[in-house]
Write a new protein. Structure first.
Length: 309
């Protein structure tokens, strides 16, 4: 599948059309690239329920200008990628949340396998990998399972899977579990409500920006069932803390001190677990990616990638 190129960048940054990659016999991922294929490959992995467009086009352009061949994609069950089978009931979520043995439709390791499948499709043996929130969990898992394929790791607003760290603020629960209708406007209003709570207090985004992003996300394709399947993967993930101590890839951890979705303890624990990890903590940053911090993200990811020997 291809779509119109949204090329609003200067001519030196090439932006591909959106394309489909078969990564397993049953899963296809929608992806898009920015920059020179001969540059350092950088795979961007988004979080729970987020399509690749949550990696803002302007940020991808900045990363491409910093010397990366940027690849963003929709995880399975988001955007234009394949929807997986399997129904998740409320009772399953409750059991998983309480730590009781619960079978999930797929795992964080399966999502990491999808990412490797995309790199295989592109003929890329190894890449720098940056993941946000659930995407950070996927990126960590990639580095653990095939460290030779991960040149550097950037774990952003994420956690290790240890249940005692990185917890959501209790005030979020009523908004997160509120029922919403299937209509576009209902999705937009619900999204605005969530982002106003978890967004960055020092870098607030306008309601116009939030509305536009929510509308684009809905139009791209949303799946309530898919979000629940991803949520089960998060809730049933293993504690990677001990395994992370064996990582040798250059690692960057970034986290906001005002993150209500994944408490900063998740980032601190991740950095403490990985030998030589660098950590950047930012006051006033929540659980979003405001444009004011794009240069900070770009410089930090580039600097970490430059540590590769």
């Amino acid at each position: 599948m291809s779509g119109p190129s949204q090329n609003t960048s200067p001519p030196e940054v090439t932006i591909s059309d959106e394309l489909m990659a078969p990564v397993t016999p049953t899963i296809e991922l929608c992806y898009q690239t920015f920059g020179d294929p001969g540059a350092d490959p950088l795979l961007l992995v988004m979080g729970l329920g987020g399509p690749m467009t949550w990696w803002d086009t302007d940020l991808c352009i900045q990363l491409a200008k910093a010397g990366f061949y940027v690849i963003r994609y929709d995880n399975r069950d988001t955007g234009r990628s394949t929807r997986s089978p399997g129904r998740v009931r409320r009772a399953h979520l409750v059991r998983a949340f309480l730590g009781a043995p619960t079978r999930a439709p797929y795992s964080i390791a399966d999502l990491a396998g999808d990412a490797f499948g995309l790199l295989d499709h592109l003929g890329i043996e190894s890449a720098h990998v940056a993941g946000v929130s659930m995407g950070g969990m996927i990126a960590q898992t990639m580095a653990l399972e095939s460290p030779e394929r991960v040149r550097s790791l950037a774990s952003v607003m994420s956690t290790t899977g240890r249940r005692s760290v990185g917890r959501q603020h209790p005030s979020l629960i009523p908004t997160l579990i509120a029922s919403r209708g299937p209509e576009r406007e209902s999705y937009i209003q619900g999204s605005i409500a969530v982002w106003k709570i978890i967004g960055s207090p020092r870098y607030p985004q306008t309601e116009e920006k939030l509305r536009s992003r929510a509308g684009d996300t809905f139009d791209r394709g949303v799946s309530r069932a898919g979000v629940l399947r991803q949520m089960m993967a998060v809730l049933t993930q293993p504690d990677r803390t001990r395994a992370l101590a064996g990582l040798t890839v250059p690692t960057l951890v970034m986290h906001g001190l005002d993150d209500k979705m994944v408490h900063v303890s998740g980032g601190r624990t991740t950095a403490a677990a990985i030998p030589g990890a660098r950590i950047t903590l930012i006051s006033g940053w929540g659980h979003d990616m405001p444009a004011a911090l794009f240069p900070t993200y770009t410089n930090a990811i580039r600097s970490n990638a430059n540590r590769v020997s």
